[in-house]
Design a binder for this molecule. Structure first.
Ligand code: PMP
Length: 457
């Protein structure tokens, strides 16, 4: 099906999609009228759609294709593993060489506190598993009352019921009595929307620490299990907290005797510069979740990592013979693990991580240059994760009426101009290019973005 000429009539494919394929996060009836966007191939930073249109992908798929499309060595790794052993489950005591080697590798490249690895199907399951391990941990060490979780407003932690409850986005709660009574939020550390954010970043950090302390006091210190956060909030609109925020929250969690869980599903694997965002601030979390860049999106896989303290607490404290009761048919999938190992080789020996760090300079320059555009109130970024926030009035920072759907309209116009990025509610445009973007591709990306902004002005 690869060459476009082999594709069945694209209009016919679209009609079948609209009739039968559910896209749950799109507005269903709207999708039936307008969807879908059928993609047919990808090479490097570029996609081709079913109509033959070339698109520069400024979002690495869904912030995941960090090594770019069409990496032949990744394809080979998957094919060889499929030939050798396509399946072995990590559900019981079975294992496979790629899963074992991947666990060892992840322990090497993550903060020293993390020594134990559970290989999942993706980010949502990684978050689910983290919550289950934490609950099991406190039960096992005789503190069953510690079952409340605190997360950030505008946070995103997946779409399973547990993760959707930790996610502070109303669309993920509606009708499900979410958040659970054990799930709570504190305000997002948003420098642009904080009164002193531009001049006194420490005030943003202090506000978060104070909010965490207040929430723990409100719930009772003995009843809070953990604080969950993304180092940079992704789906909430790329909220970049001041440097030092993560470290301060880590220290606060330690003082408050609650576990500190870092969700690096987006920020991991070079997205913000170092391999993990935690590294930049010397943060050692109790648990970490990851997915996306782990396999660069080529196959689904994620991971939940635990400190030895948490692992040992569960392992030693659980009644003999009682399992933790979390697993899946595809846990520790050997093909996923083989792909992840090759992707990790590309980041390190293949120089992709370093390439991303060099690219981040061009990315920053491109976004910063757009700050003076009449529609742009804020341009923010770290590494290759960034956003433009659109305002109707720069001085008051007033946004456009959400009913106008401005960000969506801009993303649609950008698509016609051959560039893909993400539109968020609240007038935010998000960018997460692959780490292999060349200097010329950054120039092209921002030229097309600017052209699009000028068109809608
Ligand atoms: N956590 C974060 C921070 C995410 O961004 C996402 C996905 N966007 C998830 C968890 C869930 O991951 P997945 O979509 O792979 O289930």
């Amino acid at each position: 099906m690869n060459p476009i000429s082999d594709l069945p009539n694209i209009a016919a494919l679209g009609a079948i999609d609209r009739a039968h394929l559910i896209h749950p996060v799109s507005a269903w009836r709207t999708h039936e009228q307008r969807g879908p966007t059928v993609l047919s191939s990808g090479r490097g930073a570029w996609l081709t759609d079913g109509e033959g249109r070339e698109l520069l992908d400024g979002f690495a798929g869904l912030w995941c294709v960090n090594v770019g499309y069409g990496q032949e060595s990744v394809v080979q790794a998957a094919a060889e593993q499929m030939r050798q052993l396509p399946y072995a489950t990590g559900y019981f005591h079975y294992s496979s060489e790629p899963a074992i080697r991947l666990a060892e590798k992840l322990v090497q490249i993550t903060p020293a506190s993390l020594t134990r690895v559970y290989l999942t199907l993706g980010g949502s399951e990684a978050v689910d598993a983290a919550v289950r391990f934490i609950v099991q941990y406190y039960n096992a060490i005789g503190k069953p009352a510690k079952k409340h979780f605190i997360a950030l407003e505008r946070g995103y932690h997946g779409s399973s019921s547990t993760g959707a409850g930790l996610t502070a986005l109303p669309a993920f709660h509606r009708g499900f009595d979410l958040p659970l009574p054990t799930q709570h939020y504190i305000p997002s550390p948003n420098p642009y929307r904080h009164a002193e954010g531009a001049t006194n970043p420490q005030a943003v950090i202090d506000a978060s620490v104070a909010a965490l302390r207040a929430k723990v006091a409100e719930l009772g210190a003995d009843s809070v299990a953990a604080f969950f956060c993304e180092p940079i909030q992704g789906s909430g609109g790329v909220i970049v907290p001041p440097k030092g925020w993560l470290k301060a929250m880590r220290e606060a969690a330690r003082e408050l005797d609650i576990l500190f869980v870092v969700d690096e599903v987006i920020t991991g694997f070079g997205r913000t510069g170092p391999m993990f965002a935690c590294e930049a601030e010397g943060v050692e979390p109790d648990l970490m979740t990851m997915a996306k860049g782990l396999t660069s999106g080529y196959v689904p896989m994620g991971a939940t990592m635990l400190s030895e303290k948490v692992y040992a607490g569960i392992a030693d404290g659980a009644p003999p013979g009682v399992s933790v009761g979390h697993g899946a048919t595809y846990s520790a999938h050997p093909v996923g693990a083989a792909v992840a190992l090759e992707v990790l080789r590309l980041y390190q020996e293949g120089g992709v991580l370093a390439q991303g760090q060099r690219g981040a300079l061009h990315f920053a320059a491109g976004l910063d240059a757009l700050r003076s555009h009449p529609l742009v109130g804020d341009a923010r970024h770290r590494g290759l994760l960034g956003a433009l926030e659109l305002v109707s009035d720069k001085a008051s920072k007033a946004g456009f009426d959400p009913a106008l759907g401005l960000a969506d309209r801009i993303a649609a116009a950008a698509y016609r101009n051959g560039v893909v990025f993400r539109a968020f509610a609240d007038n935010i445009l998000g960018f997460a290019p692959a780490l292999i973007f060349s200097e010329g591709e950054f120039v092209e990306l921002f030229a097309r973005v600017k052209k699009t902004l000028d068109e809608v002005l």
